[in-house]
Design a protein around this ligand. Structure first.
Ligand SMILES: Nc1ncnc2c1ncn2[C@@H]1O[C@H](COP(=O)(O)OP(=O)(O)O)[C@@H](O)[C@H]1O
Ligand SMILES: N[C@@H](CC(=O)OP(=O)(O)O)C(=O)O
Length: 435
């Protein structure tokens, strides 16, 4: 029999009705033996995610502001779900313990992780599966990095004792027993880690869209779904802002050769998107994704290539200021460094001064408020005319391109444009390549 690991996102577990859909999906297939829930997400656009409310509780306590009102919203949502599902489960007792810990200044990671913890207990009870606390099977090292090998061994051992189990997403523990979370959206990573640990045949990632779409549905109306995509293409798209899957999700499953299937909890018969190691190359693009809030520092220096050590000096400045960069497109005498805005807040002036002093460029310009858009497809590099089509589409839409980066992976072309042109640019590219 096949073995499937199924992760359900916050949108799939936002209320009792969504829990009912999840139950019928899980019970419809005997092989869905390990289930990873997120915390309840938004029920409607203006609603709050439980995880956001938990962060808010922590912030209130930090600022010595009463947090009880926010915690009551959380309590009511969980009690409501349990009551509506008719479960014989005292989730109130768990909530009381958590409230006490928040009052006593529990860590942010502990507080944020409780959304998944509580949802895991409820879902396990509802499915009649065992509950395995992620703190006992997902491990971080003392320096905060994820301990992949220890986790893999323990998951294989522990879960072999349970034919069917629910393991909450998003968190694990450190060697001294403290709770630690992944970055936001990290339940996807837990699902991938469990899939690798139990050597699943497939990792199903259940969400509220019918798979990966060719563009963000909040920008393009009804974008076409992607049937098959390679891990590499997906990594480029999710890194660039296609937020369906956390960008780190693919590492554990790719290593183990386990395909990921993105599926829609609200339309379970739709095949969704299959993410695999290799796919047929076509001349079509696979998808478009982008992110806002970048700053580009553009440098010019004649005979840059013969100034041995120029790039090293430049990158050392960023390293010494604790800033990492996203891209460094370059040509013979020019080089741009792309950085996320939040990283250089309050550091930009100092960095610029140091570059002027230590690298002595002929020209230096800073472009704030930049957005990057990646057009991704395995055929990007070998199909003639792809770049021309992209640039023509942007030119026709009157969009100024500030930066171009084809990257060494050659499966995408990234353009830097002004943030205010972002949505217009996504439309222009989508219309040129897809419509
Ligand atoms: N290219 C894309 N394809 C599909 N969804 C996308 C894309 N880019 C952004 N999204 C957004 O990602 C959302 C799903 O991710 P997420 O909110 O993390 O779901 P979940 O609650 O299931 O974890 C979709 O509702 C959609 O708005
Ligand atoms: N609940 C966490 C982790 C997560 O993965 O959630 P979701 O599956 O709803 O994106 C968050 O909001 O970040």
């Amino acid at each position: 029999m096949k073995l499937k690991v199924a992760k359900f996102g916050g949108s799939s577990l936002a209320n009792a009705d969504q829990f009912r859909k999840v139950r019928s999906i899980v019970l419809a297939d005997e092989s869905r033996r390990y289930v990873i829930p997120s915390a309840p997400g938004k029920r409607y656009a203006e609603d709050s995610k439980i995880t956001d409310l938990l962060y808010l509780c922590h912030a209130h306590v930090q600022h010595a502001v009463p947090f009880e009102e926010v915690f009551q919203i959380i309590t009511d949502r969980y009690l409501g779900i349990v009551a509506e599902l008719g479960l014989d489960l005292d989730i109130g007792a768990e909530l009381k313990i958590i409230k006490e810990k928040i009052k006593n200044h529990a860590s942010l990671d502990y507080i944020a992780s409780r959304g998944e913890y509580l949802n895991g207990i409820i879902l396990a009870n509802y499915l009649n599966y065992a509950f395995v606390d992620a703190a006992e099977v997902v491990f971080f090292k003392q320096n905060g990095s994820f301990d992949a090998e220890r986790t893999n061994v323990v998951i294989a051992q522990r879960l072999s004792k349970y034919p069917k189990a629910v393991i909450p997403g998003f968190y694990g523990s450190t060697p001294n027993g403290e709770i630690k979370i992944f970055s936001r959206g990290g339940s996807d990573i837990t699902g991938a880690i469990v899939a690798r640990g139990v050597q699943a045949d497939i990792y199903e990632n259940w969400t509220d869209v019918s798979g990966f779409l060719m563009a963000d549905p909040r920008i393009i109306d009804n974008p076409k779904p992607i049937e098959t995509i390679t891990y590499r293409e997906l990594r480029e798209l999710s890194y660039m802002g296609a937020s369906v899957l956390h960008e780190e999700t693919i590492f554990p499953v790719r290593k183990a050769g386990i395909p990921i299937n993105i599926k829609n909890t609200n339309d379970p018969v739709h095949p969704g998107t299959l993410i695999v190691n290799e796919a047929k190359r076509t001349a079509a693009i696979t998808g478009i994704a982008g992110r806002k809030d970048f700053t580009v520092i553009h440098l010019e220096k004649n005979l840059m290539k013969s100034d041995i050590g120029f790039v090293r000096k430049l990158l050392t400045i960023f390293e010494m200021n604790g800033v990492y960069f996203e891209h460094i497109p370059s040509s013979i005498d020019t080089l741009s460094i792309v950085i996320t805005d939040y990283q250089i807040e309050n550091k930009l002036d100092k960095i610029i001064r140091e570059i002027q002093q230590q690298c002595n460029p002929d020209a230096l310009e800073v472009y704030p408020n930049m957005a990057l858009i990646a057009t991704v497809g395995q055929g990007m590099s070998y199909t003639p005319g792809m770049a021309a089509k992209l640039f023509t589409a942007l030119a026709n839409a009157n969009i100024n391109i500030r930066m171009i980066d084809q990257g060494s992976s050659e499966i995408n072309i990234i353009v830097g444009i002004e943030t205010q042109d972002f949505e217009k640019a996504v439309h222009a590219i989508y219309n040129a390549f897809v419509e």
